[in-house]
Design a protein around this ligand. Structure first.
Ligand code: APR
Length: 239
């Protein structure tokens, strides 16, 4: 029995499955990953200049425009066969698979997945930079890059988790619970270098399986490593 067949058996046997996904999950949809040496966003852009609150305060237009560029790209792409296989499995097996994602692209949700725990936020949404005052009304924002409150100038910022920021506590707590209660964790398309998300793989009491064409920081935590692409491997595992 080869590794893929073995993991397929684990999928069938597991009452609770947690799927932890990263940028590689969306690579075949055309969304660039972060740390790929050539095509990764961080190979071309400095995360400290674009994905921190300090960077946004220092150069709000530069950061806003960069996220606007990524939003436009994400709006043009579609979920791939990997996202669709996960959503189909969830629909056919209610309550058995929890999706925990580091991705801000919303492609799991667009594929039809339910209860997605988005640990790093959602790039298609905005929030106020400062704690909103009574004048800060979303429906009355002043257009701009970024938009701002007409009353006090409070800026709108992308609703994503920037480096150095806390993850949404509710999503993180539910992700930790799903990891601790699963019999099988599928870790798909993440380099496993960003915490606390990567740490979830070490919380899984049962089998841990990695799906990734390249070596990752989490390979040591895995019972099986499937060297393949998400859109190819997940339909084979989850159908
Ligand atoms: N299928 C599966 N995995 C793939 C594919 C694919 N088609 N293509 C690339 N990968 C793998 C790469 O080998 C790499 O291990 O996806 C991983 C992407 O890693 P990163 O670019 O580091 O992305 P991720 O792990 O999601 O980053 C975590 O870091 O920059 C922050 O907040 C950002 O959520 C992000 C976090």
């Amino acid at each position: 029995m080869n590794d893929l067949e073995k993991v397929r058996d684990w999928v069938r046997a597991a009452r609770r499955i947690a799927l932890l996904s990263g940028a590689g999950m969306s690579a075949e949809s055309g969304v660039p990953t972060f740390r790929d040496a050539q095509t990764g966003l961080w190979a071309k852009f400095d995360p400290q200049q674009l994905a921190t609150e300090a960077a946004f305060r220092a150069k709000p237009r530069l950061v806003w425009d960069w996220y606007a560029m990524r939003r436009e790209l994400i709006a043009r792409v579609d979920p791939n066969e990997g996202h669709l296989a996960v959503a189909r499995f969830q629909a056919a097996n209610p309550g058995r698979l929890t999706v925990i994602t580091q991705n801000v692209d919303g492609l799991h949700q667009r594929a039809g997945s339910s209860g997605v725990l988005a640990l790093h936020g959602n790039i298609t949404e905005d929030q106020w930079l400062e704690t909103p005052r009574s004048c800060c009304k979303v429906e009355a924002v002043e257009a701009g890059r970024p938009p701002s409150c007409a009353g006090c100038g409070n800026l709108r910022r992308p609703a994503v988790v920037w480096f150095g920021e806390m993850l949404p506590p509710d999503a993180l707590a539910r992700a930790e619970q799903a990891a601790a209660e699963c019999e099988l964790m599928l870790v798909v398309g993440t380099s496993g270098v960003v915490y606390p998300a990567a740490g979830l793989a070490y919380r899984a009491p049962g089998k841990v399986v990695i799906v990734n064409p390249e070596p990752t920081e989490l390979d040591g935590a895995a019972h099986v490593v499937l060297r393949g692409r998400a859109a190819e491997v997940l339909p084979q595992l989850l159908s």
